[in-house]
Design a protein around this ligand. Sequence first.
Ligand SMILES: NC(=O)c1ccc[n+]([C@@H]2O[C@H](COP(=O)([O-])OP(=O)(O)OC[C@H]3O[C@@H](n4cnc5c(N)ncnc54)[C@H](OP(=O)(O)O)[C@@H]3O)[C@@H](O)[C@H]2O)c1
Length: 329
Amino acid sequence: MNYRAFKLSKYPQGKITMDIFDQVSLPMPALKEGEFLVKQTHMSLDPAMRTWLQERDDSYMPPVQIGEVMRSYGVGEVVESLNPRFPAGSRVVGVTGWSEYVLGNEEMTIIDPSVSAEAVLSIFYITGLTAYAGLMKIGMPKKGETLVVTGAAGSVGSLVGQLAKAEGLRVVGIAGSDEKCKWLVDELGFDAAINYKSDNLEAQLSAAAPNGVDIFYENTGGPIQEIIFNQLNRFGRVIVCGVIADYDSAIPAKGPSWVDINLKSLRVQGFIATDYLEISDEAVSVLGNYLAQGKIQYKTHTVEGFENLPEGLMMLFKGENTGKFVVKF
Ligand SMILES: NC(=O)c1ccc[n+]([C@@H]2O[C@H](COP(=O)([O-])OP(=O)(O)OC[C@H]3O[C@@H](n4cnc5c(N)ncnc54)[C@H](OP(=O)(O)O)[C@@H]3O)[C@@H](O)[C@H]2O)c1
């Protein structure tokens, strides 16, 4: 029996295109002692995938190599096992790959049967850890402060904003459509939301954050970055989680001025969620409690069909998702 996978055929030049992936048919592996086979059911599509296709050797992960199955994480069911820690029938989350079946690895985590794959990918795995670690450990939020989050209607941003609201902050979200902004305010309880594709952004931000900005949770980059940076208060914190607007540029946009960082005593820190694996249980516990209390919610943008993976990844960069992008096989 064979299964489908997508291998990288060439590195993208600029934006991701369909022809950088080849769909292949691979033979099912015969398990050796200690191995287990996972049938992937839900795969996460992430902006980070674009950074894994950059030919640089100083990032937190090596680039995916030409001819390799594309990297990802996802949820699946153990269908065959020679490993007592991962018995057949259990469900796992972890690093998988763009593949219908994958050999399991010891870093995979067994999922509580009562938790849906969507909840795991939206809250209880990397997305949740990213939002929690960035905001709580780097942002060090204080009740009454003002937070601005970009990419606010995406998976990380929507969680950051809700977590900050639950912690007693004023929250302003930045997103790419009026519909997304309405969802942030009406459904998620953000205090204000700004469509970064509209006009008079400086004035809109001053009105939404009348006491200035204390925490800037940066997910996108783009021209809005400078506008938010300029409205930071003294002792402001900038959490550089991601810069999706720059991932496919040959030359990334220039960053903010070191003069302002100096004179306003700002703190600017980049991070990668996996730097904070030791607080995974804490993140799951806090986010789980807020979810149970109805203080946070999640939304998934689910596309069905393994064959739709390349197109799905392109949709993510066009802003066609609200919430966590999941592909269901
Ligand atoms: N540091 C870490 O460990 C870590 C972990 C996870 C994610 N991240 C980063 O966090 C950011 C958000 O990730 P996510 O998983 O939550 O993705 P996501 O927000 O679910 O999806 C991406 C969203 O980004 C927006 N976007 C796309 N191109 C843009 C552009 N040129 N300018 C401004 N916005 C653009 C789109 O929304 P609009 O309609 O609003 O444009 C799109 O829906 C990404 O930069 C990602 O790389 C970092």
